[in-house]
Ligand binder design. Structure first.
Ligand code: PMP
Ligand code: GLU
Length: 396
């Protein structure tokens, strides 16, 4: 088949592929521990789900405006910018079918042929693909490994050319779990503003933060208004409210850009699912319930992070890892195994699946073949068993 140049480089999502394969093997009766999936293992809180059910039963099943219902856009504006120096204006918000669509809207509206987009690396696997779909060029940029790969203005300056139009970062990071401090974000925002580079800040793991109890990880909107040039903040409910299947994300941006992204979405997919929007509205307008849900989830992720780090230190000391300060992954090195049996992170991950029945994602999916990523969004028992099994291959 002669495909259009639009999709010539397109590959399916590696994170989804690993998880799908693990589920298939488990359905065939294999004893598989799936640590590939990047989704909370908690159910959507019932007080949120019930709003979706009630919406369906009340017949709220028709189109809404493409950018979302006015009530939800207002609630999202408040959620993203409330209490900051920035505007909560609903005209800055597009409600999308998952954060993925918000990232796509932003890249497709801002970048095109001849543009380079710097990508904080290791990166979430979809960023380069989304930039490619906009026909721009993704340029991975790694910070210092000792700082959890976080970027500094010097790293960005070294990668800068006049073709650079944008930067994509995620904090807390998928896959590394590294979290930028407000000062580090300010330095990056300042560099981007000076260079006229748009920042797309993916803050979808902001609520899953192990720093100060009860606080979200620092975000770009914590900075003073004068510190920001053109920015798009992406967030959503997939992770923070365990709502991956409901497909609710959103963006905060300048009202003109928001209009353009909404126009794009009006032709590509229209509004995010209407009952999901009603559930999202409930999620964002019950702060006491939300905070109790979040505390419970974050406490579990923190406990599991500590458990898994302890097991790695004890059982696989040759596999260094980035200490996760947020999100729900452990990003660990596997290159000590590149000794003839295994030549790449994909080989190691295939070996782990075949030999000990544990699914994790090769670092090549995130731009660094020396690593692999395991999800810690599984029960403590599964995590313990999963790491013990992996250690039979990784230990030594
Ligand atoms: N950004 C990051 C860093 C992610 O890990 C994910 C997980 N899929 C997304 C965006 C997309 O989230 P959603 O399911 O809301 O599209
Ligand atoms: N974000 C998750 C992950 O990285 C879910 C899968 C995906 O959307 O890529 O595993």
């Amino acid at each position: 088949m002669d495909y259009s140049e639009n999709v010539l480089k397109l590959q399916p999502s590696a994170t989804i592929a690993v998880s799908t394969l693990a589920k298939k093997l488990a359905a065939e009766g294999r004893d598989i521990i799936n640590l590939g999936a990047g989704e909370p293992d908690f159910p959507t809180p019932p007080w949120v789900s019930s709003a979706g059910v009630e919406a369906i039963q009340a017949g709220q099943t028709r189109y809404t405006p493409a950018a979302g219902t006015p009530a939800l856009r207002a609630a999202v504006g408040e959620y993203m910018a409330g209490g900051t120096a920035h505007s909560t204006d609903p005209q800055r918000i597009v409600v999308t079918a998952g954060a993925k669509q918000a990232l796509f809207n932003a890249c497709f509206c801002l970048f095109g042929p001849g543009d380079d987009v710097l990508i904080g690396s290791p990166y979430w696997t979809s960023y380069p693909e989304i930039v490619n779909l906009a026909r721009a060029r993704p340029v991975p940029v790694f910070g210092n490994e000792d700082r959890g790969f976080k970027l500094s203005p010097d790293d960005l300056e070294a990668a800068y050319t006049p073709a650079v139009k944008g930067l994509i970062i995620s904090s807390p990071s998928n896959p590394s779990g590294a979290v930028y401090t407000a000062e580090e974000l300010a330095a990056i925002a300042d560099w981007c503003k000076t260079r006229g580079v748009v920042v797309i800040s993916d803050e979808i793991y902001r609520e899953i933060y192990f720093g100060s109890e009860g606080l979200r990880a620092p975000g770009l909107l914590d900075l003073p208004a004068a510190g920001l040039g053109t920015v798009v903040i992406v967030n959503g409910l997939s992770k923070s409210f365990a709502m991956t299947g409901w497909r609710i994300g959103f963006s905060w941006a300048d009202p003109d850009l928001t209009k353009k992204m909404s126009a794009l979405q009006s032709h590509v997919s229209s509004n995010a699912s209407t009952p999901s929007q009603l559930a999202a509205l409930r999620a964002l307008t019950k702060p006491d319930l939300a905070s109790a849900t979040r505390s419970e989830m974050v406490a579990a992720f923190r406990r599991r992070r500590d458990l898994v780090m302890g097991l790695f230190d004890e059982l696989a000391p040759r596999c260094g890892y980035v200490r996760p300060e947020g999100a729900f992954y452990l990003y660990f090195r596997v290159d000590a195994l590149f000794d003839g049996t295994y030549g790449s992170s994909a080989d190691v991950c295939t070996g782990l699946l075949e030999e000990v029945g544990v699914a994790v994602v090769p670092g090549s999916a995130f731009g660094d073949d020396r690593y692999a990523r395991m999800s810690i969004a599984s029960s403590d028992a599964e995590l313990e068993e999963g790491v013990r099994r992996m250690a039979r291959v990784l230990g030594g």
